[in-house]
Design a protein around this ligand. Sequence first.
Ligand code: M3P
Ligand code: FE
Length: 303
Amino acid sequence: MGVLRLAHVDVRTPDLDLSTAYYSEVLGLSVVRRDDDVAYLKCWDEEDHHSLRLRYDSRIGLDSFTFRVEAEDDLHDLEKKLEAYGCAVRRVSRGEAVGQGESIRFEIPSGQTMELVWELEKTGNLLGKLNPAPMPPPTLPGIAPPRLDHMLINAEEVGESYAFFRDVLGFRMTEQVLDANNHQLGVWLERSHSPHDIAIVNGPNGAMHHFAFWLDDWDHVRKAADILAYNGVQIDQGPTRHGVTRGNTIYFFDPLGIRNEVFTGGYSPDPDFPAITWTEDQFGRGLFYYENVVAQRFLRFHT
Ligand code: M3P
Ligand code: FE
């Protein structure tokens, strides 16, 4: 019961054609629907209508992010908890948004718009459910990640955001970074028994740091680096390994400057997983275990 997983990330782009070309040809997502000023894309192993929505706007950035809840009743229960917390909740009726039924939208304490939905249009993955192949067609272009994995947003008051995600939405913390005064600089939160579905790191309210696609293994991360470099994509960090989450990673920028990540590895925390703490003086290792650097572009650049 409660929040199940990250369903889709909705972003704005001032060049919809360029962004759509990049996410379909270099990332290798499928375009499932294209309207005049919106494109919907998905990864090959995703069952729902889409996991990425690109919308034309003169300013780049995050429109909203959507989590799916496990049961229809959860939507109503969480709406009540959100209202008790003091959030203004807007109900979005069926038919207002493509690929999903009724949802609720609200502003989280750090200013981003979050949406919860139960009903998602099940359009199926690329493999089908009858005698499926174990991998997608080898002709898929680009990196071709199987699915969206997690996202990272910024907050001026990480502690307040953490309390909101824990107490109102039922997220569990797997890892945190504390400064010398024991204030939270970053938290990694999960609902899907992965190291994180969302992370919140100190930075300007309203900002998004990156969203990340899952890859099945380290060899695929290595191949992704080749594909990115071949296509002239600006790599931010990696290929390398996080201390936090233990994941293998590359960060890179889409053509308009939104940071993407590909991610694999990590661990499978149970709901009673005792959280890991990193101290600020060891945050370099936490971020990039091999390099041990707190890279300034990485920490300060967001959309
Ligand atoms: C990750 C991750 C920051 C840390 C990022 C970590 C921005 O992206 O997947 O664990 O401080
Ligand atoms: Fe990440």
